[in-house]
Structure formats: C-alpha cells, structure tokens
Design a protein around this ligand. Structure first.
Ligand SMILES: O=C1O[C@H]([C@@H](O)CO)C(O)=C1O
Length: 234
C-alpha cells in the first residue's frame, strides 16, 4: 500500500483541540442538558447514567487518542514517551471500567435488561480487549519485559490492535450517542430537531473527524518520527 503523503497542517494541535472540545461537549451535555452526574441513586437514577458517556468518551476516545500519539508528541527519551503512553492508557482503562460500572448500576436501579443492544456488545468487547492489550503491553514492553524477540513479534500486533480498539471505541461512542438520542426522542423527552439532539449529532461528527485525524497522524510520515512503528529500540 502506498504511504500517506506528508501533510503539513498542525495535526497534533488539531487533535488536542478537537479532543478537548469533544470532552467539553459531553460535559455540557451531562451537566446542562441532563442535570449533572452522581455516583449514587439517591437523588435521581438518571444522574448515575450520565457518568457513563462522560468517562467513556474522555477515557477511551480522548485520552486513548493522545496515548496513541504519545510517541510522536511527547519530547524526551523513548522511556518517557512509553511511560506517558502506558499511564494515559491505564487512565483510559480505569475510566472505562468506572463508566461500565455506572451504566450497569443504572440498569440495575431501573430494572433494565443488560447487554441487549449492539452498542453494549461493541463496548464490552472494547473494554475486555483493551484491558488484555494493556496487560500484555505492560508485561512485554515495560515490566518485567519480554525478550527482544518477544517484543519485536508483539509490537506490530500491539500497534494494529491499538488502532483497531481506537476505531472500535469511536464506533461504540457513536452508536451510544445514537441510541441515547433515539431513546429520548421515543420517550418524548426531546424533539427530533431539538438543540440537544443536534448537539448529540454534532458530537458524533466531531468524534468521526477526531478519529480520522488521529489515524492520519499515526500513519503520516511527516508527523513526528516513525521509529516506534518500525520497531527500533531506543
Ligand atoms: O519494548 C520495546 O519493544 C520494541 C522493540 O524493541 C521490539 O523490537 C520497542 O520499540 C520497545 O520500546
């Protein structure tokens, strides 16, 4: 396959900007449109639900995207880049587990069935594979660390699976936004062309654009060094 030609616009800056903007939009959605967030059901069961999209989006999309690019954006030694990468991915994994707990608890409180939607299947697959990928990456590339041949044979699979999981996280987010919007429209909580529905569509579009930019930045030879993806050490 021909390589993507080098492009000169400030991709990393745009990725950062779009990531922060997407995080701001989901927070505005949760707080302004949906009444805020809570970890207990005392006040309003819906507030527990609201924790779910906020943590998932900031963790598995925004922080995950930054972590994928850490080898190109973080200055300094390879070891520091790797530490930033694995720490951001740990945070992403932790947030996704709390986000899963929140939606599970919400379903229990409201006596809603678990795992009947495509969104939930995609999301559960994403969290399980992401956690396995994090553990395998940590053990092989950080501590205790695999042999040189183990590292070099795992690396291309780690990169492939990482990009795949990032795409899966975006697909899961977009289907989650879609189902939530349709649920609320069916329940007559919001109108089809309401500001809130349009905001949710816009957020979905932003995530798709963010995904395109992150993947372009990963594969673009003009953007930072590609050493890591060729499997060089130090
Ligand atoms: O731990 C590592 O493994 C790969 C490479 O050495 C495998 O060949 C790499 O770049 C690391 O930092």
């Amino acid at each position: 396959m021909a390589a993507v030609p080098a492009v000169r616009f400030p991709m990393f800056g745009l990725v950062r900007l779009l990531g922060v903007a997407a995080a701001a939009v989901i927070l505005v959605w949760a707080v302004h449109f949906r009444g805020g967030m809570a970890f207990s059901a005392e006040k309003d069961k819906l507030l527990i639900f609201n924790v779910h999209p906020v943590l998932m989006l900031i963790g598995l999309v925004v922080l995950n995207g930054e972590a994928l690019l850490a080898y190109k954006t973080v200055p300094g030694t390879k070891k520091l880049k790797k530490l930033v990468h694995l720490t951001l991915q740990f945070l992403a994994m932790f947030m996704s587990l709390v986000g899963l707990w929140a939606v599970w608890k919400f379903h229990d409180e409201k006596e809603i069935d678990h795992l009947y939607t495509l969104h939930s299947w995609l999301g559960l697959s994403c969290i399980i594979i992401f956690s396995l990928q994090w553990a395998a990456g940590f053990l092989t590339f950080w501590y205790p660390g695999g042999s040189r041949s183990d590292r070099s044979s795992l690396l291309p699979w780690h990169v492939f699976l990482g990009v795949f999981l990032y795409v899966l996280a975006i697909a899961t987010s977009v289907t989650g936004l879609l189902e939530k919007s349709i649920f609320m429209q069916s329940a007559k909580m919001i109108g089809r062309f309401s500001t809130e529905a349009m905001l949710m569509n816009t957020l979905g579009m932003m995530l798709i654009l963010l995904g395109a930019l992150v993947i372009l930045a990963i594969f673009n030879p003009g953007a930072g060094k590609m050493d890591t993806y060729r499997g060089s050490s130090e």
